[in-house]
Design a protein around this ligand. Sequence first.
Ligand SMILES: *Cc1c(COP(=O)(O)O)cnc(C)c1O
Length: 365
Amino acid sequence: MSGGGATGGGAGGLPVAPRDDLALVEGYHSPQVDVEVRLNTNEAPLPPPAGFVEALADEVKRIAFNRYPDRSARDLRAALAELHGVKAEQIFAANGSNEVIQCLLLAFGGPGRSAAVFEPTYLLHTHIAKITGTQVHTGRRADDLSLDLAEFDRVNSAHRPAVTFICSPNNPTGRSESREVIEAVVGRAAGLVVVDEAYGQFARWSALPLVSDDGRVVVVRTFSKTWSMAANRLGYVVAPAGVVSVLEEVALPYHLDSVKQAAGRVALRFRAEMEARIAGVVEERGRIAARLSELDVQTWPSDANFILFRPLHQGPKEVWSGLVERSVLVRDCSGWPGLEGCLRVTVGTPEENGRFLSALTEVLA
Ligand SMILES: *Cc1c(COP(=O)(O)O)cnc(C)c1O
């Protein structure tokens, strides 16, 4: 019905049919079920420190709300540059790292170009690529869910992708790649290598030192997870200065509002608190992993704030519903390529983790 033409109406009585290629794109949903213990979206378990909200309120009072924000977010970028020991010209910030990824694909992907992903991995890399008209080439991870360099070589030489996504630590598997593996990818990649470090602070090393102005590495980070600021939608990339200039061209004018810019700057004053919270999450992750190893599930080691597990003798849907009945929500990953039977639990507060572990113990009994 929709044909190829833009006129003549589409299904459902639309005045004009949407792009044909949007039909290939499935929506991205994490069900928001009403439960007491929400461990399904990898957010930080605690709100930001009390001092953060007060300091932000003071900053907000000083904003000239009748004026457009600082278009190049100078102060925020300078603060992030200082945090990472890079130049402000190497930082581009946007509304969540998802918008950073969208800008990367608008600039370097698009019609006639492609991106490579290695499944199972973060679904939004593929999703945003398709929305920007970028063809996606999908490789498979090895059986232990690590990045397989032979598979990378196969995809890279067959398709010469403009962008290769490496999520490390990988969502939803929790595994981070070694420096040797990332360096091998960078040495051979046809285009940009986007290392998504949404969970980078939980890992033992970061690809940030691999970023240089004459290189091809870009590292994506977010305030959504470790900085307890998912509500704020703020992410950024550390990239060659030339890449940052191009991203600024594809972003909408004034895309980063003044409140958000202030929130990002203020958050960086609470680095010690953030690091203490990370240490707490890592400790709880160890406790959950230890208990899971005694239960009837398969698990994988995690460098992030979540753990992937597979019930060995019950279906994932049954276990997921059993947990929901006990007011605990985890992520059902069983439909993701290569993750048959798998669920993912976010590390919460000690109390939430206790609720999860006892609910799971009951459901598996
Ligand atoms: C959660 C997550 C993000 C964060 O996206 P935001 O838009 O910054 O909230 C990015 N990448 C991965 C792999 C994630 O899991």
